[in-house]
Write a protein that binds this ligand. Structure first.
Ligand code: DP6
Length: 319
């Protein structure tokens, strides 16, 4: 019996992953870029060799669906594994469009593989974490990360690739939490709905590589306006595939729109602040760290909570 605790931060996509070319393996139809964020964290303890399988999430036994997902993930690591105990906690809202599945499966891949005594090379763990939740493959690393779509049918070349560490660029992501309700349609179902029904889906896929190329150059050049422009373009193309799905998928709440307009007004006033949203109502704003407090103050009247997050580090073992 070995017990290991690991932590990982969520990452927010700068150029989005939305759509799969292989559902069971979480192989993406598009490449993506992300920023790992400090300040929010998942902490997961795995006991490899317990009396029976147990999964506790945020202090209570997890629901059957979440537990089945975690135990199936452990089966990927070792189909003949012993019963395991997994205790996981997020210090931020779970399942609300704040990338909790990304930090969750990155921390779980690292803790469980270490507890089993496996090779914990981050690229190998990234391939593994991707099979729990696609975006998790980017949370093994800190800072700016690319996820190439890859070509192999088994997904061996579909993993995160670190582009620049957290100290590369002093930017912040200001997160306006407008609702902590669990999202009604999860990412997996939402992206399948878009793939199967949105008339915009093929265009979305066709333009993704170009957006990633522009975004990568902007990251290396520390060009905030360039990165912000392509991040907003990717964000609203992705949401357009959601809005034009059948039935339509609309994660935005009135307060989300109020936040978006607030940021666009700041930008019209000369501040370089750029919006993004994922599969949830929260609004995230990329800006210079020196401007984060100004952005946060402007968002506060519309939000339940506002967080100012800097680039974060990689997934790591804590004990
Ligand atoms: C909108 O990684 O949660 O946040 O692979 O089905 O688990 P699954 O989906 P997930 O999707 C994330 C979608 C997104 C955009 C992104 O993070 O790139």
């Amino acid at each position: 019996m070995t017990t290991v605790t690991a932590t990982a931060h969520p990452n927010i996509a700068l150029v989005k992953y939305w759509g799969k070319r292989d559902l069971p393996l979480n192989l993406p139809a598009v490449p993506s870029l992300s920023l790992t964020l400090d300040g929010f964290e998942t902490r997961t303890t795995v006991t490899w060799g317990a009396d029976h399988d147990v999964f506790e999430l945020d202090g209570v036994p997890a629901d059957a669906k979440a537990a089945a997902k975690v135990f199936a993930f452990l089966d990927l690591i070792d189909p003949k594994r012993p019963p395991c105990k997994v205790v996981s906690a997020n210090d931020f809202p779970t399942g609300a469009g704040l990338a909790s599945s990304a930090s969750a499966f990155a921390a779980l891949a690292l803790a469980a593989s270490t507890a089993r005594g496996d090779d914990v090379d981050p690229t190998r763990l990234s391939v593994l974490a991707r099979q729990g939740s696609g975006s998790a493959c980017r949370s093994l690393w800190g800072g700016f990360v690319e996820w190439r779509a890859g070509e192999h049918p088994d997904g061996v070349d579909s993993h995160g690739l670190p582009l620049a560490g957290p100290d590369h660029w002093d930017v912040s992501m200001v997160v306006a939490v407008v609702s902590t309700a669990h999202k009604p349609v999860g990412s997996t179902d939402g992206m399948e709905r878009a793939r199967l029904t949105s008339p915009l889906y093929d265009t979305w896929v066709a333009q993704a590589q170009g957006d990633v190329d522009v975004g990568r150059d902007a990251i290396f050049a520390r060009d905030l306006d360039g990165l912000g422009r392509v991040m907003e373009a990717s964000t609203y193309k992705m949401h357009a595939t959601m809005h034009t799905s059948a039935p339509p998928l609309m994660y935005w709440q009135p307060a989300s729109l109020a936040c978006l307009h607030t940021v666009w007004a700041l930008r019209a006033g000369g501040l370089s602040a750029w919006t993004t949203m994922d599969a949830g109502p929260q609004v995230k704003v990329l800006c210079r760290s020196a401007d984060a407090a100004t952005v946060a103050d402007a968002l506060r009247p519309h939000a339940m909570a506002v967080h100012m997050l800097r680039p974060g580090g990689p997934a790591r073992i804590v004990s």
